[in-house]
Design a protein around this ligand. Structure first.
Ligand code: ZN
Length: 312
């Protein structure tokens, strides 16, 4: 950044940047035999924390499967959990849209946090106009960005618990290889579809990183956050697009009520074209316990399988 603070406004700006940004992880003090007590906001981050931390961490996730992080309000119990944690792991980029003040207060108290937003290379983020964020928060659908996330979490755990750094680094190395294989799997499956059939229409704009990384055109009915209703003009414009392009299927999402996508299907039918609902994609949450998609890797595989099968 190239600006210099000038006068009171400059100082206020600088303060805002400090308060609004993500703090660096602090150091953990305490007996080395204790597991690192980690609280993660989303199901994706709870999974990642467990993979990287292995036996050296105890992970609590705040949001369960199917919970929408844009709308999630932390309760008093959540705040206590975060205050008592050794490290709090969160996405940032305004994903946890109602929790900003809590993160600011944790950082202000010098609490150790790992915030992906603070560690990611801005050049790799997709811009987003509106919705409270400059950047699109749904970074997990580009597997190479999730590899960056894994590095950030491993670095944060190592700083918080230096004694177990070799274990965190070994878990990271293994996981990066698994993610490499996952990335190759998505590319191979996407290649089964002709380029003009790679169009993904969903309830909200969660899949831009996915589309950008794997060559899909992406249209969402709502903006980047689910904290906005799709208007009838949006529905009608998207219905035109689907009918003109003869897109075979549109998708519901596990963390968004299906009514908006059902309304879109009806609007397409009214225009004389029959579009299928191509099953449920996981967007802002992993699958539940018996879904077969309870980890990040299984979730991403389930999504690409559902997409390719419906659009073929
Ligand atoms: Zn979202």
């Amino acid at each position: 950044m190239n600006w210099k603070p000038k006068g009171l406004l400059g100082i206020m700006l600088a303060l805002l940047l400090i308060l609004g940004g993500c703090a660096q992880p602090g150091s953990k003090t305490g007996p080395a035999e204790n597991r690192l007590n980690v609280v993660a906001t989303t199901t994706m981050l709870a999974d990642l924390s467990g993979v990287i931390g292995g036996e050296h961490v105890a992970v609590s996730g705040l949001m369960g499967p199917g919970i929408d992080p844009h709308l999630y309000q932390a309760g008093a119990g959540d705040v206590t959990l975060m205050q008592q944690a050794d490290v709090v792991v969160y996405n940032g980029l305004h994903l946890e849209g109602k929790m900003g003040e809590i993160f600011e207060s944790l950082s202000g108290q010098g609490h150790a946090v790992i915030c992906l937003e603070a560690g990611l290379d801005e050049a790799k983020l997709l811009r987003w106009d509106g919705g409270g964020s400059v950047y699109d928060p749904h970074i997990w659908f580009n597997v190479s960005l999730w590899q960056e996330a894994a590095r950030i979490v491993a670095e944060g755990f190592s700083q918080a618990d230096p004694g177990n750094t070799p274990a965190y680094q070994a878990n990271l190395a293994n996981y990066l290889r698994e993610l490499e294989a996952l990335d190759a799997y998505i590319r191979a499956r996407a290649a089964e579809l002709p380029a003009e059939q790679r169009v993904l229409v969903t309830a909200h704009d969660a899949f831009n990183y996915f589309g950008n990384a794997y060559g899909f055109e992406v249209r969402g009915l709502q903006g980047i956050s689910t904290d906005a209703e799709a208007g009838t003009a949006d529905v009608s414009a998207l219905a035109d697009f689907i009918a003109e392009r003869k897109i075979k299927a549109i998708f519901v999402e596990s963390s968004v009520p299906p009514k908006t996508i059902q309304a879109l299907q009806a609007a397409v039918r009214a225009k004389g074209f029959d579009v299928a609902i191509g099953g449920e994609l996981y967007s802002d949450s992993l699958g539940g316990e018996n879904s077969g998609a309870q980890t990040y890797i299984l979730t991403v595989r389930a999504n690409i399988d559902a997409i390719v099968e419906a659009l073929q």
